[in-house]
Write a protein that binds this ligand. Structure first.
Ligand code: THU
Length: 132
């Protein structure tokens, strides 16, 4: 997981967050061992803003990957140390689209300090497309 955590921290350096001053990087691990990264990208109109997690997952999906085993998320205020930043509800639902209940979500405070959760823990009773 060290590699995934480092990738999320590196991706955070690309974050474009002039409005919130909160920079996030994410790195998702595919079932076949590839890593895709993303950062949050804000917009003056606010609502077009996208979270780091969705940028990472969507970039993997756009490259043909739909099976994932873990994501690392590194967030914190500009110029400050990282804080534990949990994926927002929308990103949890996006993860639910492609990942199983045991998918790992790692929230990162430093390379050595992080918390691990499963998607089931962070999104109980997520909406399932198979009931449509
Ligand atoms: N943000 C993320 O990128 N991921 C999260 O899990 C929570 C929030 C971003 C969106 C926005 O650019 C900034 O952090 C403040 O909400």
């Amino acid at each position: 997981m060290e590699k995934l955590i480092k990738a999320a921290m590196q991706a955070r350096l690309k974050s474009y967050a002039p409005y919130s001053g909160f920079n996030v990087g994410a790195a998702v691990l595919t079932a076949d061992g590839r890593i895709f990264t993303g950062c949050n990208i804000e917009n003056a109109a606010f609502s077009p803003t996208v979270c780091a997690e969705r940028v990472a997952v969507f970039s993997a999906v756009a490259a043909g990957c739909r099976e994932f085993s873990a994501i690392a998320v590194a967030g914190g205020k500009t110029g400050e140390e990282l804080d534990f930043a949990y994926p927002c509800g929308v990103c949890r639902q996006v993860l639910n689209e492609f990942c199983n209940k045991n998918f790992k979500i790692i929230v990162v405070k430093s390379e050595t300090e992080y918390k691990e959760h499963t998607l089931a823990e962070l999104l109980p009773h997520g909406f399932e497309g198979n009931i449509l």
